[in-house]
Design a protein around this ligand. Structure first.
Ligand code: FES
Length: 347
């Protein structure tokens, strides 16, 4: 039996079909509920249930605890509606109504950005009008039907306005990983991949004028690069500061690219942060955890928006500390956490 989901305070409504998860139906109908992993791992889709009944499938305790469930918080990615349901989410906007599509993509170029990071450029069919928001990701669908999620590392206009649309992904090698072993050892130009997307709710909110903190760890830089390119293309004057963290300087694998943008975008600042520099690195810059560097510089984040992407520990710590210690409104934190297959619970 179908049920109606209402999202407050926007009042937007949509239908969830029998056997369909609440988030799946929202994505299908272009309702911009927050989410990241879609697998009960990250907790990004957690929202308050105002009324109605849902049934959860197995999910990680760190994404939604028993106590939170008892207080009527739900994971939309891991729940079915048993009745009509009313939810609360301030992040729902008019944006997000970009249709999800499947499409083939041909490997056009492979460039090593670091020992363990590959830039993969994928040629898309010219017949497709490929639309996405800066900060969203695509699924690469593997032969066995499994998928790997990668943020698009270039701004939408570069794809939308091109007669030869091409997207860029930054893929980190996970030794033993089925897909990334292939990318680093065997992938060749002209290979055909299958993509599905765009997905993700952690995209730039163009309607806001608040100053922006961009927080990246490792290849979490990919969607941040797309956001910077978009801000530059739109000539958006919003102040933005990028904090990019890595263990060693070489983890900041497009440092030169960022510095080039600084010379072109007076509203952009850049703070590279390294946590485990070795003596031979001769690192002179900021050290420590990247999100703590933000807190040192911005003890009050109440007037900011934050876009974060990277390792779950970085994203989770940033969310907690920015909200609890620096007064960032919880709904001004937009994040994608890269979860690994080992992190996931498959329902
Ligand atoms: Fe639901 Fe990650 S999107 S837990």
């Amino acid at each position: 039996m179908n049920h109606t989901i209402t999202v407050r305070p926007s009042g937007r409504t949509y239908t969830v079909e029998d056997g369909e998860r609440i988030l799946t139906a929202a994505i299908r109908q272009g309702i911009g509920l927050p989410y990241s992993c879609r697998d009960g791992t990250c907790g990004t889709c957690k929202v308050k249930k105002i009324s109605g009944a849902v049934t959860h499938v197995p999910h990680q305790e760190k994404a939604l605890s028993k106590e939170e469930e008892a207080e009527d918080w739900i994971l939309t990615c891991s729940s079915f509606a048993d009745t009509d349901v009313v939810l609360e989410s301030n992040q729902v906007t008019e944006q997000g109504a970009i249709p999800i599509r499947k499409m083939p993509a041909r490997v056009a170029a492979l460039n090593r950005l670091a020992d363990d990071v590959m830039q993969v450029k994928l040629q898309l069919p010219t017949s497709e009008q490929v639309l996405y928001h800066p900060g969203q990701y695509m699924e690469v669908i593997l032969r066995d039907g499994a998928h790997r999620d990668y943020s698009v590392a270039c701004a939408p206009h570069m794809v939308r306005d091109s007669g030869s649309p091409m997207i860029e992904l930054h893929i980190r090698h996970t030794p033993g990983g089925q897909f990334t072993d292939h990318v680093f050892a065997a992938m060749k130009e002209k290979e055909i991949l299958r993509l599905e997307g765009p997905y993700g709710s952690s995209y730039l909110r163009d309607e806001s004028a608040k100053p922006i903190v961009l927080l990246a760890s490792g290849t979490g830089f990919a969607p941040i690069k797309a956001i910077i390119e978009h801000l530059q293309f739109m000539q958006n004057p919003r102040p933005a500061v990028l904090y990019w963290g890595g263990r060693r300087p070489q983890d900041l694998y497009m440092d030169g690219w960022v510095r080039q943008r600084l010379s072109e975008m007076p509203q952009l600042r850049y703070v590279p942060v390294v946590s485990d520099a070795l003596p031979e690195d001769a690192w002179q810059g900021r050290s420590g955890f990247v999100h703590l560097a933000v807190l040192q510089d911005f003890p009050d984040l109440s007037g900011h928006q934050v876009y974060a992407c990277g390792a779950p520990i970085v994203v989770d710590s940033a969310h907690k500390d920015f909200v609890e210690r620096a007064g960032l409104p919880a709904d001004e934190f937009f994040a994608d956490a890269f979860t690994t297959e080992a992190d996931k619970v498959h329902a």
